[in-house]
Ligand binder design. Structure first.
Ligand code: NCD
Ligand code: ZN
Length: 345
């Protein structure tokens, strides 16, 4: 059989990404725009994205950074759900361009000190989101549970939200456990999950089985081989309710390597290359396109992207640092590379 040298994908979407703000934004946008046509932008900036004005200003800042990168990234905006947000605010956020709201339980991840302590305090906001057709994105970890149990401990809340809001679309973000996968499978089709490259490919042994690798530390943490196998199974089966969201979350090298190292994996520069390798090794390369270019768009009710992205077979070494951040798979030689040009189809 002839070796495949090139993969042409419909331009992909990343349905969960952190772009940060300020001077760092431009570099992170450029890395993302090199591979993705659209991305769902997480709102855990400081201050958080929680007002229509804040949301519009953040989108404008991203768009201003996109132009020089030449990639043509469309940001899909989200807001952070905050206690007491009323219907008017939700409507105004939608009018400003929000497609989803993000639920962060208090203290479970980067910049979530202002997260939700009492779920009842946001039920009005979630009811308004259901009415407005906005998607609810969940950071599904329960504060106070043991770190490896946090996702599992959150799952009853996922089921409860699904019951209480019968037409709400819900995404369990960065699903990391076999229990999380099972929970989503047991709920109606309007409940889905994003899957990251790192949860799909790595386990706790990669994080701390040998030398501690702070650059693989994220929330939720990567888990057991059994958990990873459950994720791989649904992805290889091509279940459309499990779609790509990288949770690419850059932190400067120094804040990851010091004490109380920050949680977040910078995967944007390598995610498609790693995914192509994953699907190819398992003889399922045909599942790459649906996972990154179709299922997420369909769930969000977005039109398919125009244009193509080419992945070429080319050995390249992942840089040890990009914009002062150590990317996922730093120093490794990968065999697929996203071509930077996006030829029209
Ligand atoms: C994310 C970040 O750094 O903003 N960190 C992470 O570990 N995933 C926040 C998040 O998505 O939890
Ligand atoms: Zn995230």
């Amino acid at each position: 059989m002839r070796e495949i040298r090139e993969i042409a994908l419909r331009r992909p979407d990343d349905m969960h990404v952190h772009l940060r703000q300020g001077p760092q934004l431009a570099g992170y946008v450029a890395d993302l725009a090199a591979s993705f046509a659209r991305a769902l932008i997480m709102p855990n900036t400081i201050p958080p994205i929680a007002t229509p004005e804040g949301l519009a200003a953040y989108r404008d800042a991203i768009l201003a950074a996109v132009a020089p990168s030449g990639g043509g990234l469309t940001p899909l905006m989200t807001f952070k759900i905050q206690p007491g947000m009323d219907r008017e605010r939700i409507r105004a956020l939608k009018a400003a361009g929000a497609v989803a709201g993000k639920y962060y339980p208090v203290g479970v991840t980067t910049n979530s000190e202002d997260g939700i302590a009492e779920s009842e305090s946001v039920m009005g906001a979630i009811a308004a989101m259901e009415e407005e057709g906005l998607v609810l994105c969940l950071h599904g970890e329960e504060p106070g549970a043991e770190v490896l149990e946090r996702e599992r401990a959150f799952l009853p809340r996922l089921a409860e939200l699904g019951r209480r809001f019968p037409s709400l679309r819900i995404v369990l973000e960065h699903v990391s456990s076999s229990d999380g996968v099972e929970a989503v499978l047991g709920l109606p089709d309007r409940v889905a999950a994003t899957v990251t490259v790192h949860h799909l490919l790595y386990t706790l042994d990669d994080l701390l089985g040998g030398g501690l690798d702070p650059h693989l530390f994220c929330k939720p943490v990567v888990k057991s081989a059994r958990d990873r196998a459950a994720l791989q199974r649904v992805i290889l089966e091509g279940n459309p309710r499990f779609f790509f969201g990288s949770d690419s979350a850059p932190h400067p090298k120094a804040s990851k390597e010091g004490r109380a190292g920050a949680a977040g994996v910078y995967s944007a520069p390598v995610s498609l290359a790693l995914l192509a390798g994953f699907f190819e090794e398992r003889g399922r390369l045909e599942q790459l396109g649906p996972f990154v270019s179709r299922f997420g768009a369909e769930f969000y009710g977005l039109p398919a992207n125009e244009g193509r992205l080419l992945l070429r077979r080319e050995a390249w070494r992942v840089p040890s640092e990009i914009h002062g951040v150590v990317p996922l798979a730093a120093g490794r030689v990968l065999s697929w590379r996203a071509a930077t040009e996006n030829p029209p189809h």
